[in-house]
Design a protein around this ligand. Structure first.
Ligand SMILES: Nc1nc2c(c(=O)[nH]1)N[C@H]1C(S)=C(S)[C@@H](COP(=O)(O)OP(=O)(O)OC[C@H]3O[C@@H](n4cnc5c(=O)[nH]c(N)nc54)[C@H](O)[C@@H]3O)O[C@H]1N2
Ligand SMILES: Nc1nc2c(c(=O)[nH]1)N[C@H]1C(S)=C(S)[C@@H](COP(=O)(O)OP(=O)(O)OC[C@H]3O[C@@H](n4cnc5c(=O)[nH]c(N)nc54)[C@H](O)[C@@H]3O)O[C@H]1N2
Ligand SMILES: [Mo]
Length: 766
């Protein structure tokens, strides 16, 4: 049997009579994602990059020429040798003239699953072989959480992979209180691929077992199959910290907090208590105080806090909450609140940081080390927090702080991107356009003519998963997959590995990059090494040949239920955390020592830069939430039939509350325009009472489609509206979820959506 793996699932591959592959759901998966069934659709094939292409002005004028035409220029298609010569010569020019710290190679993004043909690993290994590059740290997913949580409890990666498993929640939890729902549409994914989809069944089992479910937040439709069995408490966006504070206030003032747990497992309760009681700032963090901020009634907050103390309670926060102004605070606060309840480490109790955000959260599959591809060593020290890309390009030499240390932005002349789409993922795309015009040269390896490929000078066509051999495995998934090539490459597309091997050869570092191995040689080496490591841990894997022949390696016999932080709580001295005290830090001397105005030494309510309590609501009265899309992965597969079915007249929906719609004369299906001081976009309205008043929700991922001249997006891409403003000076994380807009009906004929038009391609050398 032949299988393939993608971030959205494992699929069976069958050959059709004409030799082309047909994708079918994986028979063992009870909840397969439809997204991946469409990865081979004709509407996507149309958008493939088929030949190497050079932006015309760059080809004619050289590096740095007419960089403001990136995005509108035409491309000249050339043969591979010419394209590789040009790319190699430009990398060589920049490293000789400016040094390797003038090359930005971060390449953030969700390149395809598969441990070998993972585009970031490939580009990093290549640039390391070529002398190094400026990298990024953290992610758009978890910028604030990645920085704050190691100070407080443990690295986010570790927590993510050790959540109490769904089976434990169904069995032991009495009350499940989640801020931001359990968006099972997001759990269709796992970075690196999914085996069995777990979240829908996990939630259903909880509700069937009688677990009381409470969802606090601006949106009520993010509980998947248990939405009608969930109590929804409406809460203004970005104000969850205030509500949690008030719950903590109730616990502390009513003596419901677990003193024993706080003494044994935590440091810093005193500082939190002072803050809750308002000893220093004169503001007691009462439920009435929180009501004025969040809209959640004092009665509801009080009752819930008491119920939490009386019941085995699991608290949860969505990742989206930390993708916001002061996004560190709700994550620090949920750990604080769970510590007051004293149920961390007990079956079914404690906290989660992202049930529903990805399939691995709540998995009971064992963490088994998968095959890895070495990226080599980077000798360039410069880096940026990932979401500071526009700042870096606009302000070479400019200062920034990250995790308490001062740094400066490097001066970038060459950007190399492989496996990501910054013109999908970054905020305030109008500002990114300006920043993007700064470097001399942009090289992009891409499979599709994305907004980023269109804004490159050299575009090198990359294969997709079905066009190459690979090995699939991902954290906390139950299978390794032998991902066999199922179809020939589109046009002249080549694997990223081959592209980089050929450029490395021209730069004199070909052997360092390839070590003399071809793809099969690498797969075998990576697998054999993984087999050896696992053998040392008493997990025996079959030989490579048997794995490759079978197509699938089932590891589910190693499954076991999980309770997060169980070992630490049982014996904190024997199993200390990696924090300075070895305990949970409700107050962190380290963070207090950074003396940052926007991140004090304990969790705190700090007004977001943009929210419904800001003066700006007079002009832009709606809080815009920009969710992950249910029918695609970010911008990937947006042109598929499945993604298109989720649009109206080819435009993305914006979800609007009936009251806000009525006030504006808007009905479902109407073309509408959203705008603020940063940008404008046209979308299609969907009126629903599952979004609270004052809030609108527009998924990310509609391909960026700026109207020439005005920059107004015609397709419904929210990142023309979002702010390119860091969560805080601690993390510099992405804060997309703090954004105000106005919404009006669009009465004129809406402009044609041009997102899926190809750029103008001029053939040469044919
Ligand atoms: N407003 C707002 N913005 C957001 C978010 C939000 O919540 N709100 N979420 C943010 C988050 S969490 C994330 S993770 C980012 C996601 O941002 P990205 O990960 O950059 O988005 P993708 O669309 O997945 O882009 C991946 C690109 O890699 C390409 N690719 C795939 N496989 C290969 C390959 O093998 N080789 C090469 N060369 N290319 C390949 C795909 O064609 C695609 O263009 O977006 C962020 N942006
Ligand atoms: N189908 C699909 N799944 C995906 C992805 C995708 O593109 N498509 N992307 C994947 C990636 S890279 C990531 S990082 C994860 C992201 O996972 P998340 O960050 O969890 O995803 P979101 O959908 O942005 O938001 C989750 C929920 O939080 C709510 N929310 C937003 N702001 C607030 C707030 O201030 N308070 C409260 N209480 N709730 C709030 C939103 O309304 C939404 O229902 O998803 C992954 N899963
Ligand atoms: Mo993400």
């Amino acid at each position: 049997m032949t299988y393939t793996l993608s971030h959205w699932g494992t699929y069976k591959v069958e050959q059709r009579d004409d030799g082309s592959p047909a994708l079918l759901p994986f028979e063992r998966d009870t909840d397969p994602s439809p997204i991946g069934l469409h990865q081979n659709a004709a509407s996507l094939a149309r958008l493939r990059v088929r030949r190497p292409a050079i932006r015309r002005s760059w080809l004619e004028g050289g590096p740095g020429h007419a960089t403001d035409r990136r995005g509108t220029d035409e491309f000249v298609e050339v043969d591979w040798d010419q394209a590789l010569d040009l790319a190699a010569a430009e990398i060589d020019r920049v490293r000789n003239l400016h040094g390797n710290n003038a090359i930005f190679g971060g390449s953030y993004g969700w390149a395809s699953a598969g441990r070998f043909h993972h585009a970031q690993s490939q580009v990093h290994r290549f640039l390391n072989a070529a002398g190094g590059y400026v990298r990024h740290v953290d992610s758009y997913s978890l910028g604030a959480a990645n920085v704050i949580l190691p100070h407080v409890v443990a690295p986010m990666d570790e927590l993510m992979a050790s959540h109490s498993s769904w089976d434990m929640l169904a069995k032991h939890t009495g009350l499940f209180v989640t801020f931001g729902g359990v968006p099972v549409k997001n759990a269709q994914m796992n970075a690196g691929g999914v085996g069995l989809h777990l979240a829908t069944a996990g939630l259903r089992a909880m509700a069937d077992a009688g677990v009381r479910m409470v969802n606090i937040g601006p949106v009520g439709d993010n509980m998947g199959p248990v939405e009608d069995r969930t109590e929804w408490i409406r809460c203004r966006p970005n104000t969850d910290t205030a509500v949690m504070m008030a719950m903590a206030y109730v616990l502390v003032t009513e003596g419901l907090h677990d003193r024993g747990f706080l003494d044994r497992c935590c440091v810093g309760f005193d500082a939190v208590e002072r803050y809750l009681l308002g000893r220093d700032d004169g503001i007691a963090k009462t439920p009435a105080w929180a009501e004025t901020i969040s809209g959640v009634s004092a009665a509801a907050t009080t009752a819930l806090a008491r119920d939490m103390a009386a019941t085995r309670t699991m608290l949860n926060v969505s990742w989206a909450m930390q993708r916001a102004s002061h996004g560190e605070q709700p994550f620090w606060m949920v750990v604080t609140l769970a510590s007051l309840l004293g149920q961390i480490g007990k079956p079914g109790g404690g906290f989660g940081v992202g049930y529903g955000a990805a399939n691995l959260v709540g998995s009971s599959h064992r963490r088994i080390k998968g095959p890895t591809f070495s990226q080599g060593r980077n000798t360039v020290p410069d880096f940026i927090p990932v979401a500071r890309i526009a700042d870096m390009l606009l302000d070479p030499g400019g200062a920034f702080t990250y995790n308490g240390i001062d740094y400066r932005y490097p001066d970038i002349k060459l950007v190399y991107w492989a496996g990501g789409n910054p013109f999908h993922h970054h905020q305030d795309l109008g500002r990114l356009e300006q920043a993007w015009a700064r470097p001399d040269t942009v090289i992009v390896n891409e499979s599709y003519w994305t907004a980023t490929a269109r804004r490159a000078d050299i575009v090198l066509p990359a294969t997709v998963t079905l066009e190459r051999d690979d090995i699939g495995s991902a954290t906390l998934e139950g299978f390794f997959v032998a991902m066999k090539q199922a179809q020939p490459p589109a046009g002249e597309a080549r694997d990223d590995y081959r592209i980089f091997a050929d450029i490395a050869g021209r730069l004199g570092c070909g052997d360092a990059f390839t070590e003399g191995l071809d793809t099969m040689g690498w797969l075998r080496r990576m697998y054999d090494e993984c087999r050896r490591v696992n053998h040392e841990r008493a997990i025996d894997l079959p030989a490579f040949e048997a794995f490759w022949e079978d197509g699938l390696l089932d590891l589910t016999a190693h499954d076991a239920p999980v309770t997060m932080l169980e070992g630490f709580v049982a014996d904190p001295a024997a199993n200390p955390l990696a924090t300075p005290s070895g305990l949970i830090e409700l107050y962190s001397e380290t963070i207090a020592g950074f003396r940052l105005p926007d991140c004090p030494g304990h969790a705190a309510w700090i007004e977001p830069a943009e929210w419904l309590g800001a003066d700006e609501v007079q002009r832009h009265p709606l809080h815009l939430l920009t969710d992950q899309p249910a029918r695609r992965l970010h911008s990937q597969l947006d042109a598929s039939p499945y993604s298109s079915e989720g649009k109206i007249d080819g435009r993305e929906f914006v979800y609007v509350n009936p009251a806000d719609a009525k006030q504006r004369g808007i009905a479902t299906g109407d073309a509408v325009e959203l705008f603020n001081g940063r940008g404008r976009c046209i979308a299609a309205a969907k009126v629903t009472d599952r979004v609270m008043t004052g809030v609108v929700r527009l998924n990310t991922g509609a391909w960026y489609d700026p109207e020439p001249g005005t920059g107004r997006d015609r397709h419904g891409n929210p990142n023309v509206l979002t702010a390119d403003r860091p969560a805080s000076s601690l993390s510099q994380g992405c804060a997309a979820q703090s954004c105000l807009v106005q919404l009006v009906r669009h009465d004129a004929d809406p402009p044609r959506v041009g997102a899926f038009d190809l750029p103008r391609l001029i053939e040469q050398n044919r």
